[in-house]
Design a protein around this ligand. Structure first.
Ligand code: SAM
Length: 243
């Protein structure tokens, strides 16, 4: 498949995203380590530090893929873990489930196939909602934010970890060169799928920068919205509350 991503109608984006993640699922974890030099682990640890889940809280990790965030949340919850992992792509969930079995992490984990725009959960179900490197793949971000708000209990918190806008111009130039040249290279050599990684680069470029995402969270109903940059804004962690 060829993903010339410019000016793609929304309806087609969902199909592309499905193909990209079905195609990279078996090598997804290796690719993350190689492309980020392992730093994605630090970003994810930092996210879970901020979420700081308490035992017994009901947690939802959307676009949870192969379980990276969910496993961290689960460990942090210690006794009485309760983490639901939801992803639109069964191939990613399958890899995640295998990893959970390998690590002996099954108690307290629930798996669900579902779309972030129409989550298969009742209103006011969760104490915290996390989405890491997922929101930029969703076709209608605002709809996903509204649905996140819907499934949170009053007092519940929303967290989004996502590639964002680099805050330093020189670092930004290095980063752009890296994403334009190195990502398709990694895609070709390791995932054997340069198009998928071209798609990733394009989706990162198009994602709303920090301030705009915060505004769109507020428009979806969230309050006390804030964010913190990581690695000079290569990634940002946004959070908001359903009051
Ligand atoms: N959260 C994991 C992590 O941080 O490693 C996985 C991130 S991966 C880059 C993006 C995931 O989003 C994929 O597993 C993909 O299937 C999922 N995804 C894409 N569109 C989605 C949607 N509309 N609803 C739910 N999940 C979606």
């Amino acid at each position: 498949a060829s993903f010339g991503f410019r000016d793609v109608p929304a309806a087609e984006k969902a199909g592309m995203v499905r193909e990209v993640f079905a195609s990279v699922a078996p090598r997804y974890d290796l690719m993350n380590d190689l492309m980020s030099g392992g730093v994605h682990r630090l970003w994810k640890n930092a996210m879970v530090d901020v979420v700081n889940p308490r035992p017994g809280e009901k947690l939802l990790d959307v676009a949870g893929g192969t379980g990276d965030i969910a496993f961290r949340l689960l460990r942090r919850q210690g006794e009485r873990p309760d983490v639901t992992i939801c992803d639109i792509n069964p191939a990613m969930l399958e890899v995640g489930r295998d990893r959970a079995v390998d690590r002996g992490l099954l108690r307290g984990l629930t798996w669900a196939t579902g779309d972030a725009e129409r989550l298969p959960f009742p209103d006011r179900s969760f104490d915290a909602y996390t989405i890491a490197f997922g929101l930029r793949n969703v076709t209608d971000i605002d709809q996903a934010l509204r649905d996140a708000y819907r499934v949170l209990k009053p007092g519940g918190r929303f967290f989004c970890l996502e590639f964002s806008k680099v805050t330093s111009a020189p670092v930004g130039r290095v980063y752009d060169a890296y994403s334009e040249r190195a990502l398709p290279f990694f895609g070709r050599v390791i995932a054997r799928d340069a198009d998928s990684y071209r798609y990733l680069h394009e989706s990162i470029r198009r994602f709303p920068p920090q301030r705009e995402l915060a505004a769109r969270m507020r428009a979806a109903g969230f309050e006390n919205v804030s964010w913190r940059d990581m690695s000079l804004g290569v990634v940002a962690l946004h959070q908001g509350w359903r009051i």
